[in-house]
Design a protein around this ligand. Sequence first.
Ligand code: ZN
Length: 80
Amino acid sequence: MTINWDAAIELTCPHCGHKFKKSLAWIKQNPVFGCPENCGFRFQAEEFCAGIEEAHDKLVSAAAEAFTGAIVDINLKIEP
Ligand SMILES: [Zn+2]
C-alpha cells in the first residue's frame, strides 16, 4: 500500500470553528501548527502522522481520532 500524500483533509478548529484544508504531506512536515485564524489553538498531529505511516484504513481512522482536539473530516485515498 502506498499513501497519497497529496490527499487533503478538512480540519475544523475546535476553538473558533474555522474550516480549512491541508494536504497530508503538509501536515507531515508541520505536525504542530497554529489555527490559521490565529485564535490561539494549536493542532498537534504527531500521532496522526504516525498512524498514517502504518498505512492501514483502520489505523488511519484511529489516527484521525488522535488528532488532538480537532474535528477531522478525512478524505484519504490509500492506493493499493
Ligand atoms: Zn481557530
